[in-house]
Every structure is written in C-alpha cells, then in structure tokens.
Design a binder for this molecule. Structure first.
Ligand SMILES: C[S@@+](CC[C@H](N)C(=O)[O-])C[C@H]1O[C@@H](n2cnc3c(N)ncnc32)[C@H](O)[C@@H]1O
Length: 277
C-alpha cells in the first residue's frame, strides 16, 4: 500500500456528493433540479465562490465547442458551471480521490457527464497529451504545490500553441505566513505560497506571454473586512456551503484566510497568459 498524499488527506472525506445532494434536496425540495447553479454555493471551493468563477471565465472567454483543462478541479463546480454556460467540454485533473468521485457523481446528477471528464492525477505530471487543450484554468490549487515552475511547464505543455491559461490564487504577502489552519492546508507542511512577483516570473520562465496580471488584494479588502466581522459574530453555517466538503472546521479556516488577507500575510492574484504560437 502506498502512503496517502498529505494534500489529499487534508481534503478528502467520504460521501461528499451524497451530502451535497441531500442538502440540496433539504433546501430546495425533493424534486428540485440538480444544476450547476443550484450546486454553486457548495462546489466552488475558493474565495468568493461562483462569482470568482464567473470572472475567471469572462477573462478566459471560452468559445463553443472548445476543450478546456481545469487543473486542480476539486469537486468539479467550476468545470460544470463553465461547461454549461459556454457550451464547451472540460477535463478536470485532481489529486484527491474523494473529490474526483464526488465530481463524477455530481457531473452525472447534473446531466453533464458527457461534457465534463474527471481524471485523478497530479498537476505536476498531467495525465493528458501534449497540446490537447484550447484553454486551461486553475483556481486556488497551486498553494499546495512546492514545485511551481513544473506546474506552469505542465500547463504550457497541455495547451495548444496560442492557447490561454487563466489563474486565480492566493500568493504570499509581506507580513509573514498565513494564520493556520487555512482552507488549503491545516499546517505549513502542505502550504507553499509564492509572491505575486515570483508567480509572474515563473509563468514567463515557463514560456508564457503575460496578457494580464493583477494583484486584487486591495480591491477585495473592504469586502473582507465585512466578512471578518460577520464571521467573528457567528459561526453558523448556511444550509448550503463549503462545510459540506470539509466539515465544520471550515469556519476557522475561512476566518484565518480572511484575517491573513487583511493582515497582508497573503495576497490574491488573477492572471491571463498565452502560449505563443
Ligand atoms: C482549494 S481546492 C480548489 C478546487 C477547485 N479548483 C475549485 O476552485 O473549486 C484545491 C484543489 O487542488 C487540488 N490539488 C492540490 N494539489 C494538487 C496537485 N499536485 N495536483 C492536482 N490537484 C491538486 C486539491 O485536491 C483540491 O481539489
């Protein structure tokens, strides 16, 4: 038996799709349709949820019929949402077996199994052919990855010449490490943050041309201050939320994430880069 990857151990719990679908039925009624919109409060596992996915998709601007790659696809919320809204095919690659199982079950529940494919595997050795994708994206996955140059080289390899990669993720701030636990890591052992400057340099070293690169920390701060106040007053989970993936520990993790951002221990970036050709 091989040792379980510590990142997968952090994320993986049994029965995620069952919990999500049961919560959806309880909230919306037993016959309510299961759609990417209905699942959105649960299955976009990153700051600002489906709003951030919408913004990323607008930047990436997928065209009908294209094939997209989602690197670190989680339980598949962004992949289903983008496949449904842009009439594209999406292949998601993720390290955590329980997330891949949940993603496949929720793809089927949404009637999207023919357009969203999930492959269990590593972003550092993507189980996909060279130049197979028109566009790629990754949201809040690279914080678990120490070898960032290899992550970008693999994304570059998977894209066709001229293909675009959109990224949104958490970077290192200037005031020390984040307060742990955070949603992506319980301890520093599986958290690897690069600064925005290092991120841009790694992307360029992999061969990408930068189309846009933005540090969004300052513009998000007012909303984060409101969020911190709300979370410090109540730890009650809404009926539908990310706690259905990670359990009640998510409250402390998200509060630490917001505090880390406010205190400049982390920063957030959005990037769009192109493989020349
Ligand atoms: C915070 S979740 C984000 C999931 C998804 N991108 C979303 O926004 O809903 C981070 C994801 O990255 C995945 N991940 C971390 N390291 C990875 C690696 N080396 N290869 C593939 N996936 C990885 C985890 O399994 C997890 O699903």
């Amino acid at each position: 038996m091989t040792a379980r990857d510590p990142v997968a151990r952090h994320y993986g719990t049994a029965g995620i799709a069952e919990r999500a679908l049961a919560a959806l039925r309880a909230a919306n009624g037993p016959d309510a349709p299961v759609t990417p919109e209905a699942l959105a409060p649960i299955d976009h596992f990153h700051g600002r949820g489906v709003v951030a996915t919408e913004e990323l998709a607008r930047r990436l601007d997928p065209q009908p019929g294209e094939h997209l790659l989602d690197i670190g696809s989680g339980i598949g919320g962004p992949a289903r949402w983008i496949a449904a809204h842009y009439r594209v095919r999406v292949t998601g690659v993720d390290l955590t077996p329980e997330f891949c199982d949940a993603a496949r079950a929720l793809n089927a529940a949404c009637g999207l199994a023919d357009r969203v494919t999930i492959i269990e595997g590593s972003a550092l050795d993507l189980p996909v052919p060279d130049a197979a994708f028109d566009r790629a994206y990754s949201q809040n996955a690279i914080m678990n990855i120490a070898d960032k140059p290899r992550f970008y080289r693999e994304a570059f390899r998977a894209l066709r010449p001229g293909g675009l990669l959109a990224l949104s993720n958490v970077c290192a701030g200037s005031a020390g490490p984040p307060y742990f636990p955070v949603p992506w890591a319980a301890t520093p052992a599986t958290s690897f943050l690069a600064t925005p400057q290092e991120t841009r340099a790694d992307l360029e070293a992999a061969g990408f041309a930068v189309v846009s690169f933005r540090d969004t920390s300052d513009e998000l701060r007012p909303a984060q201050l409101r969020e911190r106040e709300r979370m410090e007053q109540s730890s009650a989970a809404p009926p539908l939320g990310i706690h259905l993936i990670l359990g009640e520990r998510i409250h402390e993790m998200r509060l630490n994430s917001v505090r880390s951002q406010i205190d400049d221990r982390t920063r957030t970036i959005e990037a769009l880069v192109r493989k020349p050709g």
